[in-house]
Design a protein around this ligand. Sequence first.
Ligand code: NAD
Length: 276
Amino acid sequence: MSNVPDVRLNSGASFPQLGFGVFQIDPQDTAKTVRTAFEIGYRHVDTAQMYGNEAEVGEAIANSGLSRDQLFVTTKCNNSNHGYDDAQRALDESLSKLGLEYVDLYLIHWPLPGKDLYVDTWKGFEQAAKDGKARSIGVSNFTTHHLDRLAQETGTTPAVNQIELHPHLQQPEMRSYDQQHGIATEAWSPIGQGKGVIDEDRIAAVAKGHGKTPAQVTLRWHIQLGNVIFPKSVTDYRIRENFEIFDFELTDEEMSAIGALDQGKRLGPDPDEFDR
Ligand code: NAD
């Protein structure tokens, strides 16, 4: 049905390289929007306790007519739920809201170095995986030293690290660290939240050459780099547009032209400073 490539995780599971993100989708619009995404062909959804719309994602799943094994569902442990027990209790709450017996991927949303509980949280994640409540476990917004510490103090390498990544913040060090350690890199805000990145003249020129939009070219750039992406939109034609990125290919020159746009510029907080 779709030509989205699969990415294999170090847990042995595979998942679609392109999914659908639901950050900042109003709960009252979420079920309808996720249903549209499923109709278009998306089979991977990225939500979080923090987004307040897990129940509505669950509603879309329940009404999708798709079997559980056709879908890949990610949620994230909220910052208020760090700690061995709290992380597991939070997953139980998420599963209840989603109406699922397991999630495909459970992530620590932020490392929160000031709280210094991410190692205990990760041990709770290892237990949740043993209990079959999370098929794969991973992290988000971790930097190399947070990952080094998990490697030193625990027994499981995260399956993914979900980080802010787009042409204005290309994170070459994090990407190569992840690659060396068998961790899949997921790129959040892949089109820079729809402003700035996709207004770049160079991206517009590449898009024109392929008869595609700047958003499609930016998403295609991620795919060719090997990043896992889940752009967000509540607009039907854009949800479709963001899915239609497998019928063209960027040349090496075009990849390099986009590669030259890195400004090391974050849209979100610095994970070493964010503690809330
Ligand atoms: P994004 O880069 O996906 O941009 C989304 C915005 O871009 C939309 O709100 C819309 O305004 C615009 N847009 C979407 N499609 C477009 C198109 N085809 N043409 C023009 N404009 C378009 O940003 P995002 O939502 O921040 O990131 C995607 C997903 O990443 C989120 O939904 C969430 O699942 C995840 N995320 C995770 C974290 C984290 O800390 N782990 C943080 C932010 C986002």
